[in-house]
Design a protein around this ligand. Structure first.
Ligand code: NI
Ligand code: MN
Length: 226
């Protein structure tokens, strides 16, 4: 399996001939190396409804006939836009042909903003993603604050954890170090930083502050074999 980072919270997983995209915010994402009109996806996984996570989901899903996996309210909203969805809720897991998805808690908001008519559509609870694929476990925290129940995630022995470090909207580097200690993954990769001025951070400094846990900064387009 090949797991790559594409700026902000965008993660791509290539496994068994399938391409999974997490939070494909491409249009308006200055940091991404992907192009919304040619990116391939069989499955799109969403952590929550904010526009910097839903991103280009509708266009990508329609063009690829991709399945969109999201929390129930967000899935319903997207189904009305004409995409194939699989709704889930926090604490639930489901085994798909590519692997198992479990939604975890996230302390954040979740809504989709329709700028054109100044509407905020609430889209249920925000979530994190716990994925078990090819015998490996990947945790994508989505947008979240630090919360003590993150300690529970250590029992899944994650091989890889994507943690937000941007601060302002999510935990910052200091809290992300605590999260990493509690979750205890084999490798931590920072996400959700430097996309906007208010979430400017130095990811190498975050990695340097980790003690006893390995971390790696992935540039947009870089990945690791897992
Ligand atoms: Ni958000
Ligand atoms: Mn966000």
């Amino acid at each position: 399996m090949y797991v790559s980072y594409h700026g902000h919270s965008v993660v791509k997983i290539e496994t068994g001939g399938k391409t999974l995209l997490i939070d494909p915010f491409i249009t308006g994402n200055q940091l991404t190396d992907l192009k919304a009109d040619d990116v391939k996806a069989d499955v799109i996984l969403l952590t929550h409804g904010h526009n910097d996570h839903v991103g280009d989901t509708i266009d990508i899903a329609k063009r690829n006939d991709a399945l969109v996996i999201a929390i129930a309210e967000l899935a319903t909203y997207l189904s009305w836009k004409g995409v194939r969805v699989h709704p889930m809720s926090i604490g639930g897991s489901y085994t798909f042909d590519f692997g198992t998805v479990k939604l975890t808690q996230a302390f954040h908001g979740s809504s989709y903003t329709e700028e054109e008519n100044q509407q905020i559509i609430y889209t249920g609870m925000p979530a994190g993603l716990l994925l078990t694929i090819d015998g490996k476990t990947i945790y994508h925290a989505g947008d979240t604050a630090l919360y003590s129940d993150m300690k529970l995630l250590s029992k899944y022995n994650p091989d890889l954890a994507f943690l937000p470090i941007g601060d302002n909207f999510t935990m910052g580097p200091e809290d992300a170090v605590t999260a990493a200690e509690w979750i205890n993954p084999k490798l931590v990769v920072p996400i959700h930083y430097n996309t906007f001025p208010v979430i400017k951070q130095d990811p190498s400094q975050f990695i340097a502050s980790l003690s006893g846990i390995k971390g790696k900064v992935l540039k947009s387009g870089e990945g690791i074999e897992l």
